[in-house]
Ligand binder design. Structure first.
Ligand code: AMP
Length: 177
C-alpha cells in the first residue's frame, strides 16, 4: 500500500499584492485548481461537515464560488443555485444590497430558486468581511429557505466575517490572518 502525504492546501494559494487595487493582497486560487488532488481535497473538505445534514440546495457565489459550489452540490446530491452580480440572471430576480469597505454592492438570485423550508448551504472561495455571503444568506431567507451553514476555502480571520454572519455555522479550510 502506498501512503500519500496529506495536501497542504495553503501552499497552493498564490498571494498577489496590490491586485486588483493598491492595498489588496489577492488570494489566487488557480494554483490549487491546477492540482487535481488538491481540488478534490477542497471539495471533500467543504462537503463533509454538511454530509449528514440533508442539504437540498447549495448556493454558489459568483464567480469563484461557482467552481467549488457546483462540485459540492454534486457531492451532496443537492441542487445548485447561483447567486450572481447584478443584471446577469435572465429571469425574475431578487436583489440584496450589502456594504463594502467603500460603498455598496448587490447580489441577485432567481425568484423561486429556493423553495420555502429548503435546507441550504452557501459556498464561496473566500470569507473576508462577510458582506457577500451575508447577502447570499439574505436572498435565501427572503424565499423562506433555512441556512444550514456557509463553507469557504479561505478565511481572512482578522476581517471578522464570521461576526457579520451572526449565528450561521461557518467552515473554512484555510485560515490567513
Ligand atoms: P467579503 O464580502 O468582504 O467577505 O468578500 C468576499 C468576496 O470578495 C469573495 O467572493 C471573494 O472572492 C472576494 N475577495 C475579498 N477579498 C479577497 C482577497 N483578498 N482575495 C481574493 N478574493 C477576495
Amino acid at each position: 500500500m502506498t501512503l500519500r502525504a496529506p495536501i497542504d492546501l495553503a501552499s497552493l494559494i498564490r498571494e498577489v499584492p496590490d491586485f486588483p487595487r493598491p492595498g489588496i493582497n489577492f488570494k489566487d486560487i488557480t494554483p490549487l485548481l491546477a492540482e487535481p488532488r488538491a481540488f478534490r481535497a477542497a471539495t471533500v473538505g467543504l462537503s463533509s461537515p454538511f454530509a449528514a445534514q440533508d442539504v437540498d440546495v447549495v448556493v454558489g457565489i459568483e464567480s469563484r464560488g461557482f467552481i467549488f459550489g457546483a462540485s459540492v452540490a454534486e457531492r451532496l446530491d443537492a441542487a445548485f443555485v447561483p447567486a450572481r452580480k447584478p443584471k446577469k440572471l435572465p429571469w425574475k430576480r431578487l436583489s440584496v444590497e450589502y456594504q463594502l469597505e467603500y460603498g455598496t454592492d448587490t447580489l441577485e438570485m432567481h425568484e423561486g430558486a429556493i423553495q420555502p423550508g429548503a435546507r441550504v448551504l452557501v459556498i464561496d472561495d473566500l470569507l473576508a468581511t462577510g458582506g457577500t455571503s451575508w447577502a447570499a444568506c439574505e436572498l435565501v431567507r427572503k424565499q423562506g429557505g433555512h441556512i444550514l451553514g456557509c463553507g469557504f476555502l479561505i478565511e481572512l480571520s482578522s476581517l471578522r466575517g464570521r461576526q457579520r454572519l451572526g449565528d450561521v455555522p461557518c467552515h473554512s479550510l484555510i485560515e490567513f490572518a
